[in-house]
Structures are given as structure tokens and as C-alpha cells.
Design a protein around this ligand. Structure first.
Ligand SMILES: [Zn+2]
Length: 140
């Protein structure tokens, strides 16, 4: 959990679209949800109106396990935005969820130099401001 408040949180915050609002609403409740197609049964991410596998417009928002693996990552050694001051180095990773979709997030709770591809991870939620929680990943 972050001790920062809306006044002191200096990083960009998500700006949900109509398609992604349910994702962010669930994250605020510390639940990771993805769209699951009612026609073909597959998940997809990022949010969109139609299934990326079969183009059906019929889906449910379904809670997923929140577990997966590091598919790829980069370690930031240089400050590009003052919001990250004091947090260098930090890891930005592509997480492949056990359900299939990949999403971009941070790896936390482990020194940056210990992150590897295929590291098993699970979701954790960072409450960065009132009403905004960011899904991040930590070693499982
Ligand atoms: Zn489908």
C-alpha cells in the first residue's frame, strides 16, 4: 500500500475510457477482471468492445486469478519523470496472465536486479490515490 495521497502522488493516473472503466472499478476493489467472450470463451486485454479472437460483441467482465509470469521486462535506471524520483531503478514488465492476456505493469517487492523472464508473479494493488488502485505484480 502506498502512503501517498492524491496531493502528493506525482505520477500520471489512469484516465479510464468507456471500455476500460469496469477494469479500473474492479481494481479499486482489489479485483483483477478481464473481458471474457461468451461466444468463444477466451479472455482479452486491453479492453475493447469486441472479442479480439472472434469479433463477438458479447462478453462478461470476469475475475481472473491474478497469477502469471514475467514475459518481458525493462529496468529503468534513469529518471524520465519526477514522479519516480527516489525509485530508480524500477521494473516495467509485460505480464502474461495464466488466462492468456498480457498486460503492462510494474514488478514490486523484489530488487530490480532479481527480476527475470518467466518469474512467477501474482497481482497486488497499489492504492495510489482515493478511488485509484493500480494492479502491480510481485513474486508469487
Ligand atoms: Zn470470442
Amino acid at each position: 500500500m502506498s502512503a501517498e495521497t492524491q496531493d502528493t502522488y506525482l505520477k500520471p493516473l489512469p484516465r479510464p475510457s468507456a471500455e476500460s472503466q469496469p477494469f479500473w472499478d474492479a481494481a479499486r476493489d482489489h479485483r483483477l477482471v478481464l473481458q471474457k467472450c461468451r461466444a468463444c470463451g477466451k479472455f482479452w486485454f486491453p479492453p475493447s468492445q469486441r472479442c479480439v479472437h472472434c469479433l463477438s460483441g458479447d462478453h462478461d467482465w470476469t475475475e481472473v486469478t491474478g497469477t502469471g509470469r514475467v514475459f518481458s521486462f525493462v529496468t529503468y535506471q534513469r529518471l524520465y519523470h519526477k514522479g519516480w524520483e527516489g525509485e530508480i531503478p524500477y521494473v516495467v514488465a509485460v505480464i502474461e496472465l495464466d488466462e492468456g492476456p498480457r498486460l503492462l505493469s510494474n514488478i514490486v517487492g523484489i530488487p530490480a536486479d532479481q527480476v527475470t523472464c518467466d518469474l512467477k508473479v501474482r497481482v497486488t494493488f497499489d492504492d495510489v490515490s482515493p478511488g485509484v488502485s493500480l494492479p502491480k505484480f510481485t513474486p508469487a
